[in-house]
Design a binder for this molecule. Structure first.
Ligand SMILES: Cc1cc2nc3c(=O)[nH]c(=O)nc-3n(C[C@H](O)[C@H](O)[C@H](O)COP(=O)(O)O)c2cc1C
Length: 222
């Protein structure tokens, strides 16, 4: 693999890709989707990719609840909108970000507003849940518990990118915990860890802005 590879030929666009480097380097938060259902076969494929992730003692402590039912999507979207409408600090944060001089921040916050106010526009949503957790911890609220499921979540995001599907990793499930449990019959023993809308993107994949290795890589010592 040439060192320069990730920096060249990274197309903007919405096409699927089988190239793992292209998938990793162009996977970005998509918050706008086409009004087009995603075949269940593809939704099942991204969950299959998630299932290949490592987990503590290979216990695979997860269930992925996939929502493609119109009524349930509407109900979840409505619940998030109503929480957003009464969350003044969050509204202020988004409103001030939308005025930022930094274009990418402006776009991100505009997208975040769309996410909070019209989530039902996503043709499907996936709620990964910790379930049957016992390694490396039994505490589902701990960072260690996250280590046994967020690798699966990342697999899911990359598989979606490979299939030409847009996703955005969010932790908005936290605001909606009671609603999600009620609407989706999630039992007390399960713990939702993310809320991931998914659909055919109405925005391009493309290179992302990230800190470079110069800034984050230390050899042999901090
Ligand atoms: C832990 C976590 C929580 C996030 N929560 C939200 C959220 O609540 N709403 C949202 O619109 N995006 C959310 N995001 C998406 C991030 O804003 C996004 O991944 C980041 O800005 C990078 O965007 P990019 O890949 O398009 O460059 C979250 C991402 C992570 C990893």
């Amino acid at each position: 693999m040439s060192e320069a590879r990730p920096n060249i030929n990274l197309p903007l666009g919405r096409e699927p890709t089988d190239d793992i480097w292209e998938a990793m380097f162009t996977q970005r938060a998509i918050r706008y989707w086409l009004d087009k259902p995603v075949p269940r076969e593809l939704l099942a494929k991204v969950v299959a990719a998630a299932s290949k992730a490592p987990s503590g003692s290979n216990l695979q402590p997860w269930i992925f609840v996939v929502i493609d039912d119109d009524e349930k999507r509407q109900e979840i979207g409505k619940a998030l909108r109503s929480i957003f409408d009464s969350a003044e600090p969050l509204q202020q944060l988004i409103a001030s970000g939308e005025q930022s001089d930094d274009k990418s921040e402006r776009l991100m916050l505009k997208g975040a507003r769309a996410f909070f106010t019209q989530l039902e526009k996503a043709p499907a949503m996936i709620i990964p849940c910790l379930y049957g957790l016992s390694s490396p911890t039994q505490d589902p609220t701990s960072l260690l518990a996250g280590s046994s499921i967020y690798l699966a979540v990342q697999n899911l995001l990359l598989a979606a990118r490979a299939l030409g599907l847009g996703t955005v990793m969010t932790t908005a499930h936290g605001m909606l915990d009671a609603d999600l449990r009620r609407i989706l019959n999630i039992p007390d023993e399960a713990t939702p860890v993310a809320l991931i809308p998914i659909g055919y993107p109405q925005a391009n994949f493309g290179p992302t802005t990230r800190k470079g290795p110069d800034e984050i890589l230390r050899w042999n010592a901090w």
